[in-house]
Design a protein. Structure first.
Length: 239
């Protein structure tokens, strides 16, 4: 009986140790629950901390605590860390993503506005500005905010049963982007295959899909105008 008790005690310690080990950089996960995702975040986060002394932590929330804003929640979490820490937070039910740091000097190592941009390229930004800008200031603002690595992926449609995969791809893409920027600013390499631009591959497909819709819209617009020119005196339905 004592042997069994000791065995259970040892097993409990091992589980607690592993939970602590694999929850250091993926600080909280209420959404993904994927061991592979956890492993990738932990490997990248550990490499970044060892090379730069900066902790990049990811929080995946189902929903923010009641009566608490994203900023308030992040500040509460950041107060727990004494080491330089950057926090990337996602809340599924609130449809929010944000990045905060416990030291203002850390923002010089990465571009928060770029990471959280809803567009991936200047061409996409131009098209959005052309359609949605209400003033020249709006146009300039949209054009100066490109290169997003999270929101363009989160905004894409996911097949049934694949929503968690979309979340994990988008958030790891952003996590990697921040880590690479910090590493570059510090003049170090991350290793483990994290120094390449492989994370841009997924955004390439987002751009292809976006430009495909734009091209389709332009073609249909010209077809409609040609049809109207050829059938000026004929009755036609709007479509």
């Amino acid at each position: 009986m004592k042997v069994l008790t000791r065995g259970l005690y040892a097993l409990t310690l091992i589980i607690l140790f592993q939970t602590h080990l694999f929850a250091e950089y993926l600080y909280k996960d209420e959404v993904i629950h994927n061991p592979k995702f956890t492993e990738e975040v932990e490997t990248l986060g550990s490499a970044l901390y060892k090379k730069t002394g900066i902790s990049l932590r990811l929080i995946m929330l189902k929903e923010l605590p009641k009566n608490m804003t994203m900023y308030e929640y992040e500040k509460q979490i950041l107060e727990q860390f004494k080491t330089p820490t950057v926090l990337l937070t996602f809340s599924e039910m609130n449809s929010q993503v944000d990045i905060e740091a416990n030291d203002k000097s850390l923002y010089k190592y990465f571009d928060k506005k770029q990471v959280l941009s809803p567009v991936t390229s200047y061409v996409q930004a131009f098209m959005m500005a052309a359609f949605y800008a209400k003033s020249w200031d709006d146009f300039v603002s949209i054009m100066s905010n490109t290169g997003g690595t999270i929101l363009p992926l989160l905004g894409g449609k996911a097949k049934k049963g694949m929503i968690a995969d979309k979340y994990s791809a988008a958030m790891f893409n952003g996590y990697l982007d921040i880590a690479q920027q910090i590493a570059k600013a510090k003049g170090v390499t991350l290793g483990h295959g994290f120094d390449s631009d492989a994370n841009q591959t997924s955004l390439f497909y987002v751009r292809v899909l976006f430009y495909g819709f734009i091209l389709y819209g332009i073609v249909m617009l010209f077809k409609r105008r040609i049809y109207k020119m050829r059938h000026k005196n004929e009755h036609y339905k709007k479509w």
